[in-house]
Every structure is written in C-alpha cells, then in structure tokens.
Design a protein around this ligand. Sequence first.
Ligand code: SF4
Ligand code: SF4
Length: 87
Amino acid sequence: MIERIDYDKCDQCGYCLEVCPSDVFRREPGSGRFYIAYLDDCQTCFNCELECPEGAIRVGPFRKERPQAWDCGRGSGFPLPAGRGSG
Ligand code: SF4
Ligand code: SF4
C-alpha cells in the first residue's frame, strides 16, 4: 500500500496520477501538488513508486488488512448482529 509522497523530492510532474490504475491521487487546486486522496483504493501494484522520476513515492509491500465477515465479534471491533453468539 502506498505510504507517502516526499514533497522535498516531488516536482509535480503528475506521472503518479497517470499510472495509478486505482485513481488514488488527486491534485490540490491551490498548491497544485499531488496527494494521496483514496488510500483504501490502493492495490499495491507499485506503478507509482516505479514510475515516479524523482523517487518521491514509497509503497509498502503489504495491503492494509480489512476485517473479514467471519471475524466479526472476535476482537475485530465489529460487533455481531443482535442475537448472534460470540462464537
Ligand atoms: S510522479 Fe513523483 S514527482 Fe511526479 S507528481 Fe507524482 S510524486 Fe511527484
Ligand atoms: S501502488 Fe498502484 S494502486 Fe497504489 S497508489 Fe501506487 S499506482 Fe496506485
């Protein structure tokens, strides 16, 4: 999953926006800089990290874990529906 953009290196070329298959990036209207707008949509494809000409993007090897339906009520923070046991 994408972790950060280093704004000391970024030259605002916009390649990250073009190569991202999940449309994660947006451009701030005022400053014009690119930012991570939809982190949860990142599919950890590494395109942006590989294509950024300034080496300004860091992508970690792991996707953020999402709670699975069968984990509900077992310490996931998501309660079971009323009337269901904790299993
Ligand atoms: S590809 Fe790299 S240098 Fe270009 S806008 Fe994105 S983060 Fe900045
Ligand atoms: S790793 Fe892939 S999906 Fe994630 S932000 Fe970069 S280009 Fe988009």
